[in-house]
Design a protein around this ligand. Structure first.
Ligand code: NDP
Length: 443
């Protein structure tokens, strides 16, 4: 049995109740085998066994009072997964589905993603099973203050720097930051995704979506193609989806769909990003309002967009939203590129099917790394007490995405899997972390 298979078997036994974590770990470990064969010292130093176990898992009670005066209790988490190459870094997810398995999968992915950005950031993730939907601003503030009242003990600008994720946007980061500052009596860059008036970075809001599209342009170039004139189906209608749609349309593509958890919108004229932003960012409303404002757009309740014909698919909503059946439909309609804007949106079976059917596939840990990369740039600006212009940050983002593409495609080639960006991204991200862990001894 290979070293990676041995560790996967141990994980399946130990964490049988954590399916998302097992899925993420399996996807990564299988692809590392060529690198492990080249470095037998990793097995003798039990490197994988250490890598798959978080350095620290923090779980805590989050009590808060709702607008009716009733006490609500949520469960909060922070997974400090790996700090070999820098302070723990990763978002906070606020969604009713949040549990240990989902946060461990996200924290594990984050280790490799952060390593790929070339910036010194370790891997972490956190959040709570709190649903921000339908809550008043006061309720959101009460929750965030209570959450930070426990979390502040474990984080800091050189220890652990959380950020946004599903359900955690600029409003939540603001409340979390205010409470941290109050408890510590200290202004520091402890969170990223901050507002521009208090240390946030220009282009952070746009970074994940823009970065995914920049990554896509390198994939297209590899095949001698360009983005202009291509059709794209995007899922999600949140931060990643909105800015992926905006950049893709700026570069001449036509984005046909966006979605939320209630259904998807097909707009034959191309998604109108200004209307979408107004519905989602300003009014926090549902996509039915988008359709009301765009007479030719159609709404498909409870469905996902993968049955539509497109050249490129960009899943930008959540994990496991693109199943084998969806992959089959995409291939049948001639889709040739799939770029993950979300984390692990494609199931393992669907990924294999796409790759076997000549679809050029980009894993989230490479394609969506632009968000954390600009978070890293926000940390640098905070540390230097400086702010860079939008263009300066965007230029750096473009060069980081180019470098991630080159490292993933080069590693894939060097380790015998040319064109397989899943293998390439995992191996390239892993090698840097592995080298740091080896240098730091058994810890
Ligand atoms: P947002 O909360 O801004 O948006 C999430 C979108 O996905 C919403 O449209 C939401 O719809 C939809 N969605 C959420 N859960 C489900 C579900 N179970 N089924 C269908 N649709 C769903 O989050 P982000 O855009 O920030 O994040 C999207 C993905 O990108 C996540 O996987 C996240 O981890 C990943 N990511 C985000 C980064 C960032 O910088 N924001 C960086 C890297 C990765 P609804 O409103 O109906 O819930």
């Amino acid at each position: 049995m290979s070293y990676s298979s041995e560790v996967i078997a141990q994980l399946k036994e130990r964490y049988a109740d954590q399916p998302e974590f097992i899925q993420a770990a399996q996807e990564v470990l299988v692809s590392l085998q060529p690198a492990l064969d080249a470095h037998p010292e990793y097995q003798s130093q039990a490197l994988l066994e250490r890598l798959v176990e978080p350095e620290r898992v923090i779980m805590f009670r989050v009590p808060w009072v709702d607008d009716k005066g009733q006490i609500q209790v949520n469960r909060g988490y922070r997974i400090e997964f790996n700090s070999a190459i820098g302070p723990y870094k990763g978002g906070l997810r606020l969604h009713p589905s949040v549990n240990l398995s989902i946060l461990k999968f996200l924290g594990f992915e984050q280790i490799f993603k952060n390593s790929l950005t070339t910036l010194p950031m370790g891997g972490g993730k956190g959040g709570a099973d709190f649903d921000p939907k339908g809550k008043s601003d006061r309720e959101i503030m009460a929750f965030c203050q209570s959450f930070m009242t426990e979390l502040y003990r474990y984080i800091g600008p050189n220890t652990d720097v959380p950020a946004g994720d599903i359900g955690t946007g600029a409003r939540e980061i603001g409340y979390l930051f205010g409470q941290y500052k109050r408890l510590r009596n200290e202004w520091s860059g402890v969170l990223t995704g901050k507002g521009l008036s208090y240390g946030g970075s220009l282009a952070r809001t746009e970074a994940t979506g823009y970065g995914a599209v920049y990554f896509l342009t390198h994939m297209l170039a590899e095949k001698g193609e360009e983005l202009a004139g291509k059709t794209i189906c995007i899922s999600g209608a949140g931060n990643v989806a909105i800015y992926a749609a905006q950049k893709a349309q700026q570069l001449g593509a036509c984005v046909l769909t966006v979605s939320d958890s209630s259904g998807y919108v097909y707009d034959p004229d191309g998604i109108d990003v200004a209307t979408l932003k107004n519905v989602k960012e300003v009014r926090r409303a549902r996509l039915t309002d988008y359709v009301a404002a765009r007479p030719r757009a159609m709404y498909h309740e409870t469905q996902r967009p993968w049955g539509e014909k497109c050249d490129i698919a960009m899943p930008c909503a959540t994990q496991n939203e693109l199943s084998l059946e969806s992959a089959q439909a995409l291939v049948a309609h001639g889709c040739r590129y799939v770029v993950e804007g979300a984390n692990m949106p494609t199931t393992l079976e669907a990924t294999t099917y796409l790759q076997e059917h000549d679809v050029f596939f980009a894993p989230g840990k490479a394609a969506n790394a632009g968000g954390v990369a600009v978070s890293g740039l926000e940390m640098s600006q905070n540390a230097e007490h400086l702010s860079w212009s939008f263009d300066e940050v965007d230029q750096r983002l473009q060069s980081i995405m180019a470098s991630i593409y080159t490292s993933a495609s080069t590693a894939a080639k060097d380790y015998g899997h040319e064109g397989n960006l899943v293998f390439g991204a995992n191996i390239a991200g892993f090698l840097k972390v592995a080298e740091a862990m080896m240098a730091q001894g058994v810890c």
